[in-house]
Design a protein around this ligand. Structure first.
Ligand SMILES: Nc1nc2c(ncn2[C@@H]2O[C@H](COP(=O)(O)OP(=O)(O)OP(=O)(O)O)[C@@H](O)[C@H]2O)c(=O)[nH]1
Length: 490
């Protein structure tokens, strides 16, 4: 994920600035140049980068800052705000309501991942108790209906389409009508894509939109599109009322910076990102935790949400404790993998960046995770909980391979990856976690001083001290941040 590199570069620039004895215009300029270079390398549009730079310079006016002002804090806050502004168009997109019919139309270029994303979107809502349905109005690409049908069948989602009807407008209208009668609350219309922006595609889209009157049009964009993103997104916006963006393929080599351009071009927020071909590889996109992650400040709320979602209750505290101590057993590895690819999960922790992860982790596919989980299921409790690297001897490895139906080399591979990760984590220990009794009280009324007690010293410094932390908490909504962190009410 190139975005991880962007995060690494930005937090390094901030760190360098934090290390400077005196922060003057030159230090700020160097820091901003570094950040701008990183953004441009991530394919963020030149104009946006230039605007960001001049906005920050305007906010951080050294002449106006009285001595004693915490410049570091003001600069970091300004960078945080500007990055959020780039990704936040200022108004939320239409949010469908469960139980009330909404029509959602998907548009995008061919190959952007539109059809896959329609099913992911439907599946995501279905898991939350919605009644979604899929309509295939893509009559241009032979096989589009089959693809949608196959995905929909697998996820047990009702679908509508035709092998013989060539008019997408007719299919879309009929499909929407049918599912309205069936009281589906989320009717998703997949439209045709083309290789490039063409008048015919836009005309067809306009007609489908007129016939189905969507409550929301979602523009699907390949995360790897680069500098072309702005023009492409703008062209779609000019034809139909795009209200939200989904960026796909963020698992691959996508630079991701195009997402920022798409937000600017459509004045619509990114609502989800696609992180793989699998139905589950789909994440809600929230600006502030995302920027916080980019700046190396972590995303506690996301991390704790994941823990609560998949890690057995009696193991949650232990997982946090072990992570903070830097003792990472196979049991912890198993729990992390339940939460998703380790690179994504661990980059939610403050002080971690995906960049610091061992090479190869970005390719942790669902299949590989599944394979590892099966092998771990064949391990004994003693093996899973051991901190002794010598425990896994030849006979144990053979037994695990036999028990899981894998090769000895597969078990060795998995152990190797575990060791590399454990090694990284042992060097990054240091965040402290609250004691059991402190949890609920802290989750509601915590101030920056109290939160600071649980963070490593260098991180508090990097954030810009307690003042910045307090601001960050305010920015992120302390209830949200703390609720996520300590499992309080949300
Ligand atoms: N790695 C990865 N692949 C994805 C993601 N989303 C979609 N894909 C893959 O991208 C390819 C194109 O996806 P489709 O859903 O067929 O694309 P489309 O935009 O619907 O194409 P048309 O229907 O022809 O317009 C497929 O191989 C998908 O599996 C993602 O988030 N990550």
């Amino acid at each position: 994920m190139v975005l991880a590199q962007l995060g690494g570069s930005i937090s390094r620039a901030l760190q360098q600035m934090s290390n400077a004895t005196i922060i003057d215009e030159k230090v700020l300029s160097d820091c901003l140049n570094e950040i701008s270079r990183a953004l441009l390398q991530a394919d963020v549009q030149f104009k946006m980068v230039r605007d960001m730079q001049s906005n920050i310079k305007r906010i951080v006016n050294f002449d106006d800052l009285a001595a004693g002002h915490n410049k570091r804090r003001i600069i970091q806050q300004a960078i945080f705000n500007e990055l959020c502004k780039m990704l936040d168009p200022g108004k939320p997109s239409f949010t469908p309501k469960k139980g009330k019919t909404s029509v959602i139309m998907f548009v995008g270029l061919q190959g952007s991942g539109k059809t896959t994303t329609c099913t992911k979107y439907a599946y995501y809502h279905q898991k939350k108790g919605w009644k979604p349905a899929l309509v295939c109005a893509d009559t241009f690409r032979a096989g589009a209906f089959d693809q949608l049908k196959q995905n929909a069948t697998k996820a047990k989602i009702p679908f509508y389409g035709s092998y013989t009807e060539s008019d997408p407008v007719k299919i879309a209208a009929e499909g929407v009508e049918r599912f309205k009668k069936e009281n589906c609350d989320l009717i998703i219309v997949d439209t045709s894509g083309r290789h490039k922006q063409e008048a015919a595609l836009f005309e067809e889209m306009r007609q489908v939109s007129e016939a189905t009157k969507p409550d929301l049009v979602i523009f699907v964009m390949d995360g790897g599109i680069g500098q072309a993103a702005f023009d492409q997104a703008q062209a779609f916006k000019q034809s139909v009322a795009v209200g939200a963006v989904i960026v796909t393929k963020m698992d691959g080599h996508a630079k991701g910076g195009g997402a920022l351009s798409a937000v600017a071009a459509t004045k619509s927020p990114v609502i989800f990102i696609g992180t793989g071909e699998h139905m589950d590889e789909f994440e809600v996109f929230d600006v502030k935790p995302f920027v916080s992650r980019l700046l190396g400040m972590g995303d506690w709320s996301g991390f704790m949400d994941k823990i609560h979602e998949v890690v057995p209750t009696d193991q949650q505290l232990e997982l946090l404790q072990k992570l903070s101590e830097g003792t990472f057993t196979l049991r912890q590895y198993q729990n992390i993998l339940k939460m998703g690819p380790s690179v994504q999960v661990l980059s939610m922790l403050p002080g971690f960046s995906a960049e610091s992860m061992p090479k190869g982790h970005e390719k942790e596919s669902q299949a590989k995770i599944k394979r590892y989980m099966v092998m771990m299921d064949s391990m004994t409790n003693a093996e899973l909980d051991s901190t002794n690297p010598k425990l896994m001897n030849e006979s144990r490895i053979r037994r695990i391979a036999r028990g899981s139906g894998r090769q000895v080399s597969d078990v060795m591979d998995m152990l190797e990856e575990y060791k590399r990760l454990a090694n990284i984590l042992s060097k990054r220990k240091g965040f402290k976690i609250p004691k059991k009794g402190e949890m609920s009280a802290l989750s509601r009324n915590m101030n920056a001083q109290q939160l600071g007690k649980f963070l490593p010293e260098h991180m508090v410094k990097q954030i810009g001290g307690y003042g910045s932390l307090q601001n960050l908490m305010k920015q992120m909504g302390s209830k949200d941040m703390m609720g996520g962190m300590f499992g309080g009410d949300r």
